[in-house]
Design a protein around this ligand. Sequence first.
Ligand code: IP8
Length: 246
Amino acid sequence: MTTVLKLGGSVVTAKDEPETVDREALADAADAVADADDELIVVHGGGSFGHPHAAAHAVSDTEGTHDATGVREIHDAMGELNSAVVEALQDRGVSALPVRPLSVASRDDDGTTTFPGEPIATMLGEGFVPVTHGDVVAQAGAGATILSGDEIVTRLARQLDANRVGVCSTVPGVLDDDGRVIDRISDFETVASALGDSEATDVTGGMAGKVRALLELGTPASVFGPAELGAFLSGDRPGTLVHREQ
Ligand code: IP8
């Protein structure tokens, strides 16, 4: 059983404090991952590490830069967060290893992303837990743009034929207009008004962008909060199940 797990950047960092890991939240998440039996790929977001640097250099998933210093700043900040996540996992006996997207992924000039699955598949075969993250990547004709952790999740889930996908966010699921968790989403139109316009939420798509991308996957995906991470990893489907009816 292969599971792709996204740890939201705002789950593992203190979102309003630049480059600050939320040590307690990271410890809780790492404890839950250490207890999991599935073959796992962990993907984390940028939180207070990648996003402030990306904003400072006006880089997004659609706006690129040729400023190598800026690209390095974003990538280095993500490297620090990635080291913290890998270390927290290794401290608990998880065979976690870093996978840095800038060195392996790229985009062509229409924005299509290539993220090779082979290194990850080989790591999994050898019993390692690849830990990758949203990053800045080279894009033909644009310099370098932001590749979100969410896009990596959907790419890798497809390429590696994952059985389960989990997105651990700061909210307990996808919320309706009254703030209640929606149990199941099988098409975007029925939840569009509650989610708002994806362009307006954040540069890498916000919840609307996540739901749209997850609906395109054949694999059922769960969106849930940190309190439910252990339940998800032990096989439950907490929060919101996002799966298009076939
Ligand atoms: O937080 C963005 O990843 P996300 C990563 O998953 C950077 O959208 C570098 C801002």
